[in-house]
Design a protein around this ligand. Structure first.
Ligand code: HEC
Ligand code: HEC
Length: 325
């Protein structure tokens, strides 16, 4: 154990011991396990709420967790929440990397501007260009398992899918259907880089603002075999088919939410540059891979927002995809 690991271990213990106590200070890395993740994201939620109060219309308020009812319906809501925050354990058969849903949908899917579940629930069924037809919420959830979790889609009527949909339904209580709620998705609209994103500048941003938690090599940090800080690229991260591999999604997520609990502090340029650096590294192959990089890029990645099949920092991305040992 290095001193760094020891430090994180102690932080985990300290946070676990005071689960719903005061949120950790911004200077202390906040690990992503169970209740400690909830308090970390809670801190982010406060910062976010403060920012939103200044910025624009108030985000939708989901019911508090304490309002999950007792009884069989509430049990399934709780099961959905558990799958969402401990995906690698509670839905193990469908997960192929080291991530959890709540690593990208913060505060157990409650936090505005991190694609919250309440925003998603009222936005489906919807047409998606990604697959060219109207998707139900179930199919949308399946996509996150295939790509973001680099795993397998649970069947639509599986208990995992029923639980996740029930959790999302409960969280959207009182929200109007078919409307884009303030705080839904990522704040992408009109979010453009002042200058084209740059890998070398991005590396400097990464070293200064991200490496402390996500590791100098971007591989995250583990305690007792589980990630407390999730990997940003490499074999245990999201694959080349995931939404987060697109620069606009990554930049918007990072700008609003990273460094954790300090969302909104990076400049727009820094957010785009560090997104370029993160997405300019190898990760698991796109499961739709056609056996040919150029053909796969043409079919699924024909956009300036995807670096897949392009050369970045002297490397042809997707030509040596990361695989788990
Ligand atoms: C690596 C980060 C990441 C992980 C892990 C992840 N997602 Fe997502 N998710 C995204 C991104 C990025 C989008 C938005 C994609 C887009 O706009 O094209 C998204 C979108 C969604 C949406 C639609 C949101 C909306 O407003 O339309 C749902 C629902 C969703 N994810 C559920 C899940 C579930 C359930 C899991 C775990 C099984 C999960 N996600 C894991 C990154 C992630
Ligand atoms: C204080 C520690 C900390 C810092 C600094 C930090 N992150 Fe994170 N980051 C986290 C944690 C913890 C999560 C998971 C959140 C959760 O599960 O509640 C996360 C999640 C993410 C995710 C989604 C999950 C994944 O692995 O893809 C991305 C992308 C990300 N961070 C990028 C960045 C970038 C880029 C920076 C620098 C600008 C940064 N982070 C700085 C702690 C941090």
């Amino acid at each position: 154990m290095t001193p760094r690991h020891l430090l994180i271990g102690l932080a985990v213990l300290a946070l676990a011991a005071c689960s719903h106590a005061a949120p950790p200070e911004a200077s202390k890395p906040a690990p992503a396990t169970g209740s400690s993740a909830a308090s970390a994201a809670g801190a982010a939620a406060h910062a976010q709420a403060a920012a939103a109060a200044k910025a624009g219309p108030a985000a939708f308020e989901p019911p508090p967790e304490s309002a999950i009812p007792p009884g069989p319906f509430g049990d399934v809501v709780r099961e959905g929440r558990e799958i969402f925050i401990n995906t690698d354990v509670a839905a193990k058969a469908y997960v192929g990397n080291g991530l959890r849903c709540s690593n990208c949908h913060l505060d157990a899917g409650r936090l505005a501007n991190s694609a919250p579940l309440w925003g998603a629930y009222v936005a489906y069924p919807a047409y998606r260009a990604k697959n060219g037809h109207v998707n139900t919420l179930g199919e949308r959830l399946q996509g996150c398992f295939k790509y973001s979790m680099n795993g397998k889609a649970p069947p639509l009527d599986s208990k995992e899918m029923v639980a996740l949909e029930t959790y999302a339904f409960w969280m959207a209580k009182g929200a109007p259907t078919g409307e884009k709620l303030p705080g839904a998705g990522y704040p992408k609209k009109g979010f453009k880089p002042p200058q084209p994103p740059d890998y070398v500048r991005g590396e400097a941003v990464f070293k200064a603002h991200c490496a402390l938690c996500h590791g100098a090599d971007g591989q995250g940090q583990q305690v007792a075999g589980r990630y407390v800080f999730p990997p940003l690229w490499g074999p245990d991260s999201f694959n080349w088919g995931a939404g987060m591999h697109q620069l606009d999604n990554a930049a918007a997520f990072i700008k609003a939410n990273m460094p954790l609990s300090q969302g909104g502090t990076l400049t727009d340029q820094d957010a785009w540059d560090v997104a370029m650096y993160m997405d300019g590294h190898e990760r698991p192959q796109d499961p739709r891979y056609k056996g040919d990089l150029a053909a796969t890029r043409k079919a699924y990645h024909d956009s300036p927002m995807s670096l897949y099949g392009t050369t970045v920092n002297g490397h042809l991305l997707g030509s040596a995809p990361a695989t788990r040992k």
